[in-house]
Design a protein around this ligand. Structure first.
Ligand code: AMP
Ligand code: GLY
Length: 423
């Protein structure tokens, strides 16, 4: 089968590498891909948000299947567009991708169907949000309704900070129209768990759980980033909690979307917080997480392409989805300064990888045969092993072998998970 993958980050590199293991997988195009993905797929410089460009490409090349992973094209309706052209897709249609595209939508869905989440209120006027925040307890959480590159949720410790956040979102419009509506949310505490799941709109099959490390610096210091590293499985996510999540969150969400006439097919990502009152939803994503995918897919033992086709065709209940009993760790190497200012254009030297090791390239370009840094998060070094401790050690050993001039990595990916395992 000829496959079209849309996107160009570390997550897409992990998807491409997993698809290549499928016996049915033939040629892969990745649009736009990147300099590292080019080693595994034919990269074509068409942006993931260029729906017209992608549609024209699909008409000409006639792929047998398409995998759409980034949030923007999903929310813009790329799956609807490709399906109209007769290309079967993995990924939700726009009317289901809204579960990530609008936090107001997802909050109302959870309220209507009794799915546990933080208490919150929606505001369309800055003055009303501010009046409410005057009486709110702190910390509180202020969130922009729409997509904001993962930066739309601000934890504020005082009314002054809350005022700054609301003015930024609603008056100065730092996130554009995404901030036309804001949510003011109760601050929850507890370990965070990411659970990606496959769903065909009826059946939901959770993948192995994972833990992201969102802050830029070692010790959970610094600004929030897209994610500086991940481990899987997440030790806080016990079998008992998993069963409860299935009952109270996963199935109710998939059923709610079906009930609303918005069946969700693809990867539904549950961002959960394990509070003392039980697991609650912090956020839904309509796609694979990045860098969660870089630890989850290397542990998948079943055929990813078959699973993706089953999600599209409504046959997931009859399809094998099996994960290895081992563990994985991904250490991200970023350009020093990320997520703020950083320099790019440095040459990257990649070592040979052994069994159970992978380098997923996120921000790099090929120039005259050389791989050069071209983004904030440059790549992720992933290793799998029978235990989490070994996986973390192997991932760091692999990361140590990768060189570029201004490389920065956190020194403590997996440390919290290992501590939790020790009890
Ligand atoms: P979001 O953009 O909704 O994914 O939020 C980004 C991050 O902010 C989450 O991963 C949490 O760490 C934190 N966060 C979001 N909502 C809450 C909340 N209600 N209470 C505590 N932390 C939160
Ligand atoms: N790593 C979090 C996300 O992909 O949204």
């Amino acid at each position: 089968m000829k496959i079209l993958v849309i996107g160009g980050g570390g997550r897409e590199h992990a998807v491409v590498k997993a698809l290549k293991k499928s016996k049915k997988c033939g040629h892969i195009w990745c649009l736009p891909g990147n300099g590292g993905i080019a080693a595994d797929a034919e990269c074509v410089p068409v942006k993931a948000t260029d729906l017209e460009g992608i549609a024209a490409f699909a008409k000409e090349k006639r792929p047998d299947f398409a995998v759409v992973t980034p949030d923007d094209p999903l929310c813009m309706g790329l799956v609807d567009r490709l399906e109209e052209l007769g290309v079967p897709c993995f990924g939700p249609r726009a009317n289901a991708a809204i579960i990530e595209g609008s936090k107001v939508f997802s909050k109302e869905l959870m309220k209507k169907y009794g799915i546990p989440t933080a208490e919150s209120r929606v505001f369309t006027e800055a003055s009303e949000a501010l009046a409410y925040l005057k009486t709110h307890s702190y910390p509180a959480v202020v969130k922009a309704d729409g997509l904001a590159l993962g930066k739309g949720a601000l934890i504020v410790d005082s009314y002054e900070e809350a005022e700054k956040a609301v003015r930024g979102m609603m008056v100065e419009k730092v996130f554009g129209e995404s901030g036309s509506r804001v949510l003011v949310e109760e601050f929850l505490t507890g370990p965070e768990v990411s659970v990606l799941s496959f769903t065909d709109g009826e059946t939901v099959v959770p993948m192995v759980s994972s833990m992201d490390h969102k802050r830029a610096k070692t010790g959970d210091e610094g600004l929030n980033t897209g994610g500086m590293g991940t481990v899987a499985p997440n030790p806080y996510y016990t079998e008992e909690i998993a069963a409860r999540c299935m009952r109270e969150i996963f199935l109710p969400t998939v059923n709610a979307m079906k009930e609303e006439g918005r069946p969700f097919r693809g990867c539904l990502y549950f961002g959960l917080m394990l509070t003392k009152d039980g697991p609650k939803v912090i956020e839904y994503n309509c796609r694979f997480g990045d860098p969660e995918t870089q630890v989850v897919l290397p542990l998948l033992e079943s055929d990813l392409l078959e699973i993706m086709q089953a999600c599209r065709n409504g046959t997931l209940a009859k399809t094998e989805v099996k994960f290895s009993a081992g563990a994985a760790c991904c250490v991200v190497l970023a350009s020093d300064g990320y997520p703020q200012k950083y320099d790019t254009g440095y040459e990257i030297t990649l070592p040979e990888t052994g069994e159970g090791e992978d380098i997923f390239v996120a921000g790099a370009k090929l120039e005259n045969g050389k791989l050069l840094t071209a983004g904030g998060r440059v790549l992720g070094a992933t290793a799998t092993a029978p235990t989490l401790k070994e996986a973390v050690e192997r991932a760091y050993a692999l990361a140590e072998k990768i060189g570029f001039e201004n490389a920065y990595k956190r020194a403590d990916i997996g440390a919290r998970a290992l501590k939790a395992l020790e009890g």
